[in-house]
Design a protein around this ligand. Sequence first.
Ligand SMILES: [Zn+2]
Length: 141
Amino acid sequence: MKRTKPGSKPEAELGADDYRTIRSALVNRHTELKSLLDDADAMPAPTGEMLTEVHDRGDEATTNVISELRLNSKQRLIWEYRKTAEALQRLESGKEFGLCIDCGIPIEAARLRASPIATRCVRCQEKREIRQDERDATPSL
Ligand SMILES: [Zn+2]
């Protein structure tokens, strides 16, 4: 029989350890994004042929780096870089971090651990993605 220790934190809330973990994950990702953006500035945009060639040689590490630059595109990296900086600011201020920007309820702890830059709770994010899917369903060409 499993018993809950008295005084143990419920899974739904972020503890001090979580904040430390999330903070260091954000700082690491921020640094990583900075260097990815520097690399993106330094190298020409990879072409489809380059990707195929690298893949044929089985150079998975290089493929992953190029894929990340290509698939996530520079705009996406810049977006995530900003979101990471914003999340760090919220974390430092200690007030807004972890609250859904749409409905204001605390974002699920598991979600924040997995994605510290999340600004919406699961429910609001799903609603938003459904709306985006509807827009994306319209061909843009
Ligand atoms: Zn919400």
